[in-house]
Design a protein around this ligand. Structure first.
Ligand code: ATP
Length: 615
């Protein structure tokens, strides 16, 4: 049986980092199993002594009883050692799996938004659950068993060679085709094992997307199509699993019939050798008893190799994520943000350029914009012009590809991410709420240490104040008020209600800078005006940048900036711009002439885009 290839060994060796705490118990458990297997191999040698001694010579009853007791003792010892292995190995594996899963999740949280743009949720789910489960099972069972079986086969073969060199060589000849088949098996199985895991991840993504978009599927009556797609993907996965099973059964079959055939040849040869006194009967018995002990380890090698290759695929997929560096690393020598000035924070975008990924078209091509302390600035532009992108550069969800974003004169890349995000709060148009109480959702806007130190009543005060500013009075009418648990992603709330809870979360920590991506789009104009006024009153010194699509929103801002063709082409009051800026007029009223006549996004401007800007 060929050993797993170098790359597999190297990949699996990287698991030592997580397996280290469990290693003493795994090694102890593995040693117990190994000793148990070696004891099993010792039994034939006792038999040899019995056959060649008392049985064939003096027939001493005492010697037979003695030998039987020895075999019994060895059997009991073997059973105790097997039990020890189970007791030693069962628990540490779960600890390793938990640590790996926690590290993966921590890393996922640390990875940049750009990573999550590329990776599907289903793949990440599969990697953190099923893949790690496979790796853990291999670590505590497959690996130990592989080492023990391989050692048993090795020691057993040596014993067979010592017992009868000629018969041993015959047995060894059978190993040659097994090695060739094992090599082919490894090559084939490695590919299908990885494919099966990737397909399972895609299938999980399909379930996740369908459940997430269940309303759309139902509303458009596309349930059957979704089912067809799912069945097709499930069939593909089944096909790959069948390929795996076929490869494994071919290997297992080879591991059963080849050794059995060589043993049949060895039996014929052995009887002839014994009849011609070239080998003792005891040695013959010992030879075949050793072969019998080795049958299970030999047969299990195929399954164990498959397990190892499955674990390798799982490990690779785990390491694919773990090896992705958090691109937005903290600076080596971080600069602290200056204390918040009493009159508010100044935000400056200086020659900012940005492209989503290397080689992609630049969405922002030299944005210069200054937000004066405490002012509310609305950002207006055609759909796809890069407003959301620009907004996300301020809390450093993405890093600029050129230029700089400065908060109170400090480049956000020179500040610890944690500090930037403590200073800049965000609310998006599509608000994500977590399966927790309204209270806990809102308190997420504050640093956990602050929440822990402020006490229950003070925290409640903070939550109530934030909800009031966000005009979220509806929370009091929920069954348990602020303690009402809102469903997954806050689905039990209406769109406008979710937006207001998300806004309360953004303002709960009284941020220096507030970045709002059209966060009130689901509200009626009157409620929007009410919320905006509340925000201006309560957060007078908070500098706010808000993406706006509606005239009602921009009218409430101190100034408006127009994003056009990747640059800011106008900054001023709403009325001013309306009178002087044709593109602004075009975007907000659909009455002016668009001088460029093109959307900044792919596909060009359409009247639908303009209509979208009015929604
Ligand atoms: N994660 C991403 N990866 C690649 N391209 C992206 C990504 N996000 C946005 N884009 C592209 O960047 C451009 C700007 O998108 P952005 O969402 O910033 O526009 P927007 O002005 O906010 O649009 P809208 O008003 O419709 O929300 C678009 O062409 C979009 O396709």
């Amino acid at each position: 049986m060929p050993p797993a290839d170098i790359s597999t060994t190297r990949a699996l060796l990287r698991l030592v980092r997580w397996a280290r705490p469990a290693l003493p118990r795994v090694v102890a458990g593995g040693s117990a199993t190994l000793v148990a297997s070696l004891i099993a191999l010792a039994v034939p040698q006792v038999l040899r002594g019995v056959v060649n001694g008392p049985l064939l010579t003096d027939g001493s009853r005492a010697a037979v009883v003695q030998a039987s007791l020895l075999v019994l003792l060895l059997g009991v010892l073997e059973a105790v050692l097997v039990w020890c292995r189970r007791a030693l190995i069962a628990t540490p594996g779960t600890g390793v799996e938990r640590t790996m899963r926690t590290d993966l999740f921590r890393h996922l949280l640390d990875l940049p938004v750009a990573f999550h743009d590329r990776w599907s949720g289903g793949q990440l789910l599969q990697r953190s659950m099923s893949d790690l489960h496979t790796v853990r099972r291999w670590m505590v069972f497959g690996l130990v068993q592989l080492v023990v079986s391989a050692t048993t086969v090795l020691v057993g073969t040596v014993l067979m060679l010592v017992t009868s060199p000629l018969l041993g060589v015959v047995y060894l000849l059978g190993a040659l085709p097994v090695m060739v088949l094992g090599f082919r098996f490894r090559m084939d199985y490695k590919v299908v094992a990885r494919r099966a895991r990737d397909q399972a991840g895609d299938l999980a993504t399909r379930v996740e997307e369908s459940v997430h978009g269940i309303r759309v599927l139902k509303a458009f009556g596309r349930g059957d199509d979704a089912l067809d797609d799912f069945v097709q993907q499930a069939d593909e996965l089944r096909g790959t699993e069948l390929d795996k099973a076929r490869a494994q059964s071919r290997m297992s079959f080879a591991l059963a019939w080849i050794p059995e055939t060589t043993l049949a040849v060895a039996l014929g040869l052995g009887v002839w050798l014994a009849a011609s006194d070239r080998v003792s009967v005891g040695a013959l018995v010992a030879f075949f008893a050793t072969a019998a002990v080795m049958t299970r380890p030999v047969e299990s090698l195929g399954q164990l190799l498959a397990m190892t290759l499955d674990a390798r695929a799982g490990t690779d997929r785990f390491l694919d994520v773990m090896d992705t560096a958090p691109a937005l690393a903290d600076p080596e020598r971080p600069v602290p943000l200056p204390p918040a000035p009493a009159h508010g924070t100044r935000v400056e975008l200086r020659g900012v350029r940005f492209a989503h990924g290397a080689g992609s078209r630049e969405v922002l091509r030299g944005v210069d914009l200054v937000l004066e302390p405490g002012e509310t600035m609305a950002l207006v532009g055609l759909t796809g012009s890069g407003k959301t992108t620009l907004l996300q550069l301020v809390p450093r969800l993405y890093d600029v590809t050129g230029g700089a974003v400065l908060v109170d004169g400090v480049d956000v890349r020179d500040v610890r991410r944690h500090d930037v995000r403590g200073a800049v709060a965000v609310a998006f148009e599509d608000p994500i709420l977590f399966s927790a109480s309204v209270r806990d959702n809102v308190l997420m806007g504050l640093p956990p240490q602050e929440v822990a130190s402020m006490g229950e009543d003070a925290a409640t005060e903070v939550v109530r104040a934030a909800l009031e500013v966000a005009s979220a009075g509806f929370v009091d009418r929920l069954p348990h008020g602020i303690d009402t648990v809102i469903g997954e992603e806050g689905m039990s709330l209406s769109g406008g209600q979710r937006q207001r809870v998300a806004l309360a979360r953004a303002i709960a920590g009284r941020p220096r800078v507030l970045v709002l991506d059209d966060p009130l789009s689901a509200l009626d104009v009157a409620t929007e005006a009410h919320v905006t006024e509340g925000l201006r009153r309560a957060l007078a010194t908070t500098t706010t940048l808000v993406v706006a699509h509606r005239t009602s929103t921009v009218a409430l801002a101190d100034r408006v900036a127009v994003l056009e063709d990747g640059r800011i082409t106008g900054v001023g009051r709403h009325a001013e711009l309306l009178a002087t800026h044709p593109h602004y007029r075009y975007v907000l009223t659909a009455e002016g002439d668009d001088p460029d006549g093109a959307d900044d996004g792919p596909g060009g401007t359409t009247t639908r885009d303009v209509a979208a800007a009015h929604r």
